[in-house]
Design a protein around this ligand. Structure first.
Ligand code: 4NP
Length: 152
């Protein structure tokens, strides 16, 4: 799960997907990262932590990690929270960028519509709630899709 800062959207996505993976009893490793260089080693934004906490998810122990080209070797699927993030991933990964593995998270729910999860960084608390809902809906769709194909 990748966003710009690994402070707001992608840590929420990591927490949400990990919860679903547990609920569906899947053997998936889930992680998150950010494409920019800021906030290295920092925990998620207090409002991201608060919104997740309201939904019974604890993301307090996540620490900002920068996305890197070797993530394409480590992971089977890499989801960008937004179109600009996907472009940054392409730039950072260079020749290691694998279009079969990378995609927009919201494409799991609305294929081909190229919808981004708006960055809640500057927004009020409601922006974090809205981002949470979008990410949760897309994560549910992806778990239902892959859980059926890989575990049935
Ligand atoms: P995120 O939000 O990509 O959802 O983690 C941001 C957090 C920090 C910054 C940008 C986006 N920043 O530029 O510091």
């Amino acid at each position: 799960m990748v966003c710009l800062g690994n402070i707001c959207r992608s840590p929420m996505a990591e927490g949400i997907l990990k919860k679903l993976v547990k609920q569906y009893n899947l053997n998936w490793e889930v992680a998150s990262a950010g494409t920019n260089d800021y906030h290295r080693g920092e925990p998620p934004h207090p409002l991201a932590r608060k919104v997740c906490h309201i939904h019974g998810i604890n993301i307090d122990s996540i620490r900002k990690r920068k996305f890197c080209a070797t993530d394409f070797k480590e992971y089977d699927r890499i989801y960008a929270m937004a179109t600009d993030v996907l472009e940054e991933m392409r730039y950072i990964a260079g020749k290691d960028f694998d279009a079969r593995k990378a995609g927009l998270l919201m494409d799991e729910l609305y294929p081909g519509r190229r919808i981004s999860v708006p960055d809640p960084w500057y927004g009020p608390e409601d922006a974090f709630h809205q981002a949470y809902k979008m990410i949760e809906n897309a994560c549910k769709a992806l778990v239902e899709k892959y859980a059926v194909t890989c575990c049935s």
